[in-house]
Design a protein around this ligand. Structure first.
Ligand code: GUN
Length: 303
């Protein structure tokens, strides 16, 4: 039987609706509008398209949103000064600096400059430390891992006790996701294995997984014989493999492929996310959720 398709776009629309309602309530009850600034350095096409989508969503949800476009050759100090300004700006509850940054700018230094209270990406070491420890101190969760967890919850995938294999150990996806899913607690409590480029016999690990999450950045890496029949397969890959002309606009648009050979794996898996329309839309939605959360915290601190 072909796998159930986990439609990230639909689930993401549902959550956005919830955020919209809560945003209206916050405006009415407390006079606070969630505020998000997205900072883009240079004009890398993928980064431009991500930031544009984030701004569009913030606007649709009724947020106060600001887009900062900085030249590729902005100095590190120039970027730090700008972030410091937004750290103090009461209208802004979330600061996002789109990565990657040009080589002359130290990414860690920039992430460390963002106030942990406005770190809606959850990239700051303080927030990642809280995530590692778990419990009530966790405020923000990193957007892509949080989106994956939410997709599974809303699709009735049983995480507790499951064998989870995460392919990829990035600071943005693999590492925090592994930490989140192995915590003792609700919607977690899994047995997690993280595999990576130095892992011997990658496919045998994947084949053990009840939940296989692939964030490797290699198009079509996962083949049907890597997947346990009935497993839940979450594809985080967004690989640009070419361009096509859009029928709607007549302009070139990227052709996207996931890390999973979707057409073949869907006949083996029990549930699977497509690319596009799976994890991708959830990442932006969770960014909005973190911004709303930050605004709610601000309202609590300043009643
Ligand atoms: N570059 C790729 N993904 C992300 C993300 O989630 N946040 C930021 N800030 N940059 C990225």
């Amino acid at each position: 039987m072909p796998a159930r398709i986990i439609k990230g776009s639909e689930i993401s629309d549902q959550i956005k609706q919830e955020i919209k309602v809560e945003t209206q309530r916050l405006k009415q009850d407390c006079g606070i509008t969630p505020g998000l600034v997205t900072i883009l350095v240079g004009n890398n096409p993928a980064s431009v398209s991500y930031v544009t989508a984030k701004q569009k969503t913030a606007h649709e949800l009724g947020f106060y949103s600001v887009q900062e476009n900085l030249p590729q050759d902005i100095s590190e100090k120039g970027l730090i000064d700008l972030i410091d300004r937004y750290n103090l700006d009461q209208r802004i509850h979330g600061i996002l600096v789109q990565l990657p940054l040009p080589k002359h700018i130290d990414e860690h230094k920039i992430i460390n400059t963002i106030s942990p209270d406005k770190d809606v990406d959850c990239f700051h070491p303080l927030n990642l430390g809280k995530l590692l420890i778990g419990g009530d101190d966790v405020v923000f969760k990193p957007c892509t891992p949080a989106g994956i967890q939410e997709l599974m919850i809303r699709s009735d995938i049983n995480i507790s006790g499951a064998e989870v294999v995460v392919v990829g150990r990035s600071n943005i996806v693999g590492k925090p996701l592994a930490v989140m899913l192995m915590q003792k607690g609700k919607n977690a409590n899994a047995t997690v294995t993280v595999v990576h480029t130095a892992t011997k016999d990658l496919s045998s690990h994947c084949k053990r997984a009840d939940i296989l999450i692939v964030a490797a950045g290699v198009p079509n890496l996962v083949k049907p014989d890597w997947v346990k029949p009935g497993a839940c397969v979450i594809d985080v890959g967004v690989n640009r493999v070419g361009e096509r002309i859009s029928e709607k606009t007549g302009k070139p648009v990227p052709i996207l492929k996931g890390d999973v050979d979707f057409d073949a794996v869907k006949d083996i898996a029990g549930a699977i996310t497509p690319v596009p329309g799976g994890v991708g839309p959830m990442t932006i939605t969770m960014l909005m959720k973190n911004t709303l959360l930050s605004a709610l915290m601000h309202a609590k601190r300043n009643p």
